[in-house]
Design a protein around this ligand. Structure first.
Ligand code: 13P
Length: 295
């Protein structure tokens, strides 16, 4: 299967391993215009000036968004495979070294077997195409936090989703050493009556990963998915209290940006304070990646 990724294999392995190295994570600033609006885009550009000295590898979102999945239970599928090879080749030329494709799975909507299969197949096709063009694919089936279900139900769904994702990744001859995962943490649904502690979330999430993710995968870069900044950091820290087979880290958007955006408020005079706020969150999550964060 290593032959599948062609001339880029060595570089893919090196890129994935460098991103997944001690203390490092990803600042996700790839929201669509509809999600973040013009003002956030401006802030993100100025955050980039703060961050670029430290960026090892730029990455790019390559999916074309979610649309309704006919025949499902009001679920969606992720577009973007058409033309992906030529777009990816162009992104590589422009300097990108990793890619992201976000699809979602909804627990309250089922999830239906059709939606899970479509999500897994799309991710696997995207991953193979990315590797063929020198981009390390971030594989992200986001299991949405919505719902009032207990943590056991999230575990059950996550196990099902990741089983299918790895089945199709293997079927598409994706090189596991040259991918990164972006899972949701295993938590109770956002509307569940009880909150779970960071230790419980770490225990369930690591159980899921150990059952489903081969140790050849170098990095697990969690999304924050609507958790508060503090929760996302504490949960990550709890997962790094004992050794893992992988580099367990973050690829947060909201949990790195919420305070930044509140501080900034669209005013030029607040930019410096907002940049400082970004560095505070980045540092906290870097420590959490090392298991050394204390509130
Ligand atoms: P959140 O951390 O806000 O969930 O976003 C991460 C991300 O990039 C989702 O694709």
């Amino acid at each position: 299967s290593v032959i599948r990724a062609g001339s880029y294999t060595d570089e893919l392995l090196k890129t994935a391993k460098s991103i997944a190295s001690p203390g490092r994570g990803i600042l996700a600033i790839d929201e669509s215009n509809a999600t973040c609006g013009k003002s956030q885009l401006q802030m993100e550009r100025s955050s980039w000036t703060v961050c670029k000295m430290r960026i090892l590898y730029p990455g790019i979102k390559v999916d074309k968004g979610l649309v309704p999945l006919p025949g499902s239970n009001n679920e969606s599928w992720c577009q973007g495979l058409d033309g992906l090879a030529s777009r990816s080749a162009e992104y590589y030329k422009q300097g990108a070294r990793f890619a992201k494709w976000r699809t979602v799975v909804s627990i309250p909507c089922g999830p239906s077997a059709l939606a899970v299969k479509e999500a897994a197949w799309g991710l696997a096709r995207y991953a193979a195409i990315s590797q063929d063009n020198g981009l390390v694919p971030i594989v992200e089936p986001e299991i949405l936090l919505d719902g009032d279900h207990p943590i056991e139900r999230t575990l059950e769904v996550a196990e099902r989703v990741w089983a299918e994702v790895f089945y199709y990744l293997a079927e598409n001859n994706v090189v596991f050493e040259g991918i990164l995962l972006k899972p949701s943490m295993v938590t109770p649904g956002a509307e569940h009556k009880e909150k779970a502690s960071p230790e419980t979330i770490a225990k369930y999430t690591l159980t899921m990963l150990k059952r489903r993710v081969p140790p050849s995968v170098p990095g697990i870069m969690f999304l924050s998915g609507g958790q508060s900044e503090a929760e996302a950091t504490l949960n990550l820290n709890a997962m790094n209290q004992s050794p893992n087979p992988w580099h367990v880290s973050f690829s947060y958007a909201r949990a790195l940006q919420n305070t930044v955006l509140k501080t900034w408020q669209g005013r030029p005079e607040n930019i410096e304070a907002a940049q400082k706020a970004l560095l505070v969150r980045a540092k906290a999550n870097s420590l959490a990646q090392l298991g050394k964060y204390s509130a």
